[in-house]
Design a protein around this ligand. Sequence first.
Ligand code: FAD
Length: 486
Amino acid sequence: MKRKVVIIGSGFSSLSAACYLAKMGCKVDVFEKNEAFGGRARQFKEDGFTFDMGPSWYWMPDVFEKFFKDFDKKPEDFYLLKKLNPAYHVYFGKNDFIAIPDSLDKICEVFENEEPGSSKQLKKFISKAKDNYKIAVTDMLYKMPGLSPLELISLDTIKRVGYFFTNIKREVHKNFKNPKLRSILEFPVLFLGAESSNTPAFYNFMNYADFGLGTWQPTNGFHDVVNAMISIGKSLGVNYHNNSTINKILTDKNIATGIQVNGNVINSDIVLSGADYNHTEKLLPKDLRQYSDKYWSNKVLAPSSLLFYLGFDKKINNLAHHNLFFDTSFDLHAKEIYKDPQWPSEPLFYANFTSMTNEHTAPKGCENGFILIPLAPGLEDTEELREKYFNIVLDRIESITEQKIKKNIIYKKSFCVSDFIDEYNSYKGNAYGLANTLLQTSFLRPKLKSKLVENMYFTGQLSVPGPGVPPAIVSGRISFRTYPLD
Ligand SMILES: Cc1cc2nc3c(=O)[nH]c(=O)nc-3n(C[C@H](O)[C@H](O)[C@H](O)COP(=O)(O)OP(=O)(O)OC[C@H]3O[C@@H](n4cnc5c(N)ncnc54)[C@H](O)[C@@H]3O)c2cc1C
């Protein structure tokens, strides 16, 4: 008889695990509390505008390809990808920005203009980052369920042990003098959820993901990927249920026996959760939770965010698809996220306008916009604070790009700490999970398999390997490697 698996949540990790488990012959049901599938990568449409609610940077295309290949498919069987050029703009002040082009040679020219001699350094830096990418992503990521420190030990990692005991910031500062170039090279590790000074230099493989592999955009944003994964799952017999909140994980002594969904009991042989780890354990009886409140409160979480989804009644100038506003102090904002949590005094922020690449995501002649201000998780979240920061960032965009756009806003929605908690059961309102610091890497992260409950498994950005869409997809794949079914 087919083993019955119930999966909590429909984020990328759950969607990935569902496909692999169905391929292994299990009967799989996915239960999502929200109406739309995709977790943090949900999409909504309003007044003719289409908004991706979360991820927008499609990096590491090889990870997506590998997922589809496991099901004898290719991304292009489901969606079209465009390599963005410029990949993104980084703003440092009025009329002062750097456009990052779509190839390493062109990026070298940009670096040379800013800091003579730096292109040679950059080539060396990216070549080492490429080697680390090969070791980390191509070789290790898929073989590391985070069960033992031995997983990290190979001839290649032993040779690079120094990279684990220095950090990205130090490595970048050693090689580059120009503050603008430094902040561009420190930016990719923000995806890992921690400060560059608290992230092992080994993670510079993210710089190769950025400059070597490039920034891509599916025609309908990340929702294309969500739909593609659901379509593969359906072809393998997976059932997807929305508006289905899991209230309880059912156990018999220390064995998971099913879930309670909207009050109804559903029995299963295996329970797998892609919902936030802390929330999932709260669905279990107290004595079957592996990690205490104290454990969680001592962890470095990835930031929360204040987000704005905006519709403009005109086209916007002097901006690119992806834009980073680094015109204030990186260090101060990082301190206000990690060391001394508070609303930022002078926020750095990110903005994208997907209708500049994919016109159909806004009505004709209009533009859609998404703004993200990283915040410390767990901060007080009020309408007044949201509005205050809305005005700060809109004024900054207007002044830096020398145009009036605030009065052209015809659609506006905000999303912040309390929404992350209400809509995703997110611990302290984190936006993208548990940071990848040295002490929160691999076997030091919350485990994919429960140590206390048989047949209970976890996946997703608070477990192994960590935050981001590509790691979430890998998490769904490696979680099943720890299953007794494998
Ligand atoms: C604003 C933002 C921007 C980001 N930008 C990028 C980016 O540009 N590139 C990138 O690679 N990554 C980015 N990320 C990170 C990336 O989106 C996440 O790491 C990834 O999508 C997480 O997937 P997941 O499966 O771990 O969890 P989630 O997507 O959070 O899925 C968990 C699901 O479980 C559901 N759930 C929770 N509790 C229950 C319950 N009791 N019953 C039923 N369902 C439940 C939730 O509703 C949710 O749908 C971003 C994230 C955010 C929030």
